[in-house]
Design a protein around this ligand. Structure first.
Ligand code: FES
Length: 93
């Protein structure tokens, strides 16, 4: 959603601050799960949402990379969710 808010506001020039806390895991700066690439004046900069943010200039965030990284363990997460959630074990009548 934040990506598309940024895309919608960019042509207007309205400043757009995004909060990248959804990509955080442990919030300590140790795991690297919240690593973001920012494009600041043509220079690629690495930041961590938990220690450098979570609020960033939305126009600088590489959302494609952030989305790709957040989907890395999607299959594993779905499998674990299905295996541990009792709702999946119930028969639908
Ligand atoms: S949440 Fe782990 S490094 Fe930021």
């Amino acid at each position: 959603m934040m990506k598309f808010v940024v895309l919608a506001t960019k042509p207007t020039g309205i400043p757009c601050t995004v909060s990248m806390n959804p990509v955080m895991i442990d919030g300590t700066g140790m795991c690297g799960g919240c690593r973001l690439t920012l494009n600041r004046n043509g220079e690629k900069i690495t930041k961590f949402a938990c220690v450098d943010g979570p609020d960033f200039n939305g126009y600088e965030i590489d959302f494609d990379e952030a989305q790709s990284r957040s989907a890395t363990y999607k299959d594993f997460e779905v499998h674990q969710y299905e295996e541990s959630c009792n709702l999946f074990k119930q028969e639908v009548k």
